[in-house]
Write a protein that binds this ligand. Structure first.
Ligand SMILES: Cc1cc2nc3c(=O)[nH]c(=O)nc-3n(C[C@H](O)[C@H](O)[C@H](O)COP(=O)(O)OP(=O)(O)OC[C@H]3O[C@@H](n4cnc5c(N)ncnc54)[C@H](O)[C@@H]3O)c2cc1C
Length: 422
């Protein structure tokens, strides 16, 4: 299997430190040597490649940005490059690492007690223990604030959970679930262990996307957990959103990995595939235009992700910046998969090539961790100051004006001056 050479049209690599390049090369080699030889089969069979988990643990791919428990505490660029290379292998594999790192280890590390951290972080880092993150419910996806799962405090200090979660990555594989539930103190996070009475999980079947990843439903039926399994520093839904922001940041880089893989496949194919007068299809202008679109958007996406990393390391990364990165780079990946599939012709629909798998996978990535449109609304709110997901009801009805009362452009300008509108 040929080695992936990277996509570097404008000497992007010159922006990377030696350590960042080393991290990328290590994960790149892991993906080429260990992931690519088995991933199409996993996708066909609909199974998570669990045999890769110990090596991912040994490579410190779980919780790589945590600077504790012997973990490397990598900066934003190196962490992002890990996500890029993993998603170049498969979006499901990157999902596994995103969930374990950003949605399980991060909340335990950030909101957990010392005992919780000591117990779970080393085991999750090695991959001996697998975790999942339960926020979405059957009736509440984009609007998690509507959740119906509740946690009630019993007289002896235990918590009793009731409700259900849907679309949970790694749900049935997990030893511990980070579950978000409404309490009389607001939304709080809980650690629910596999085997707890009243806790059930089952797999979602019939998926055509992320087939090399397990997606599950979780149920809580008077599920009683000890009082010390609440994440003590959680105070509201904002804590769950902080976890999502960690994961979404990684996806901004991951999308580039998927785009790079489909672009590179299309480029190689176009140079080898001969049609008309013994010429490779890469010699045709319309095929070149597709390849140029891909490399242009990947290059712009790299610069965007790089700047997000700089903001992250400086502590200035805002949710709307992450939305821009996730939204743009996953869209780029989706478009690259579609264009690459066109370039491959009929070969674009079979899994002898990675393109159709990436094309199917990216549909999930486009939707989870905030849909493409929800991220547009987050960016829209940041630039207009007006939240439009659920616009507040207007208390004052607009007064109907007669034609003579309606302001002309000039009178509107004058009124703005008088009110100090500029
Ligand atoms: C493979 C996979 C794995 C997942 N893993 C996890 C996981 O591990 N943990 C977890 O908690 N969740 C997980 N999810 C769930 C995921 O986060 C949700 O699917 C996502 O939040 C969207 O919710 P929904 O599917 O209910 O869509 P909905 O919220 O019903 O949205 C449907 C459509 O309506 C649009 N829409 C909704 N509200 C608005 C609005 N106000 N304005 C404009 N458009 C709007 C959306 O953009 C979308 O196009 C996973 C999903 C998938 C597919």
């Amino acid at each position: 299997m040929s080695r992936f050479p990277g996509v570097d049209f404008i000497e992007f690599d010159a922006l990377l430190s030696e350590e960042e390049r080393l991290v990328r090369e290590t994960v790149r080699a892991f993906v080429d040597d260990k992931v690519k030889p088995i991933i199409e089969e996993c996708h066909r069979e609909g199974r998570t490649p669990l045999e890769l988990v110990p090596e991912m643990g040994a490579l410190n791919l779980f919780g790589a940005s945590i600077p504790d428990y012997g973990l490397p505490g990598l900066g934003g660029v190196a962490y992002g490059l890990i996500m890029q290379e993993l998603e170049r292998g498969d979006s499901g594999l990157r999902s596994f690492v995103s969930v374990q790192s950003a949605l399980v280890m991060y909340p335990i590390y950030t909101f957990g007690s010392q005992e919780q951290k000591d117990r779970w972080i080393p085991a999750l880092a090695s991959g001996e223990t697998i975790g999942c993150f339960g926020l979405t419910e059957p009736d509440f996806g984009s609007n998690p604030g509507g959740m119906r799962t509740t946690a009630r405090k019993a007289a002896n200090g235990d918590w009793i959970l009731n409700g259900s979660k849907q679309w949970i990555t790694n749900g049935t594989l997990s030893d511990v679930a980070v579950v978000w539930a409404k309490t009389n103190e607001g939304v709080r996070g809980f650690l629910v262990e596999k085997g707890t009475p009243g806790f059930t999980s089952s797999d979602q079947h019939g998926k055509f996307s992320l087939r090399a990843s397990t997606t599950s439903e979780l149920g809580f039926h008077d599920c009683r957990i000890p009082g010390d399994q609440i994440l003590p520093k959680t105070t509201g839904l904002k804590n769950a959103l902080m976890c999502l922001n960690q994961a979404r940041y990684g996806i901004a880089w991951g999308g580039l990995g998927s785009a790079m893989e489909t672009y590179w496949t299309a480029l190689k194919y176009a140079k080898e595939r001969i049609q008309f007068n013994g010429q490779p299809i890469a010699s045709h202008q319309m095929v070149q235009e597709k390849l140029v679109w891909m490399v242009s958007e990947i290059t712009k996406g790299q610069l965007l992700a790089f700047q997000l990393a700089k903001l992250k390391d400086a502590g200035r990364l805002k949710p709307q910046h992450i939305s821009l990165g996730k939204r743009n780079n996953v869209w780029v990946a989706r478009e690259c998969a579609r264009l690459a599939r066109e370039v491959l012709g009929a070969n674009g629909i079979v899994d002898d090539y990675p393109v159709i798998r990436h094309m199917l996978n990216i549909e999930s990535v486009f939707t989870y961790e905030g849909t493409h449109d929800i991220h547009a609304l987050i960016i829209g709110e940041s630039i207009t100051g007006i939240p439009s997901y659920n616009a507040p009801e207007r208390t004052e009805r607009p007064v109907k004006q007669t034609a003579s009362e309606r302001p002309t452009a000039e009178t509107a300008e004058a009124a703005a001056e008088v009110k100090g509108g500029r």
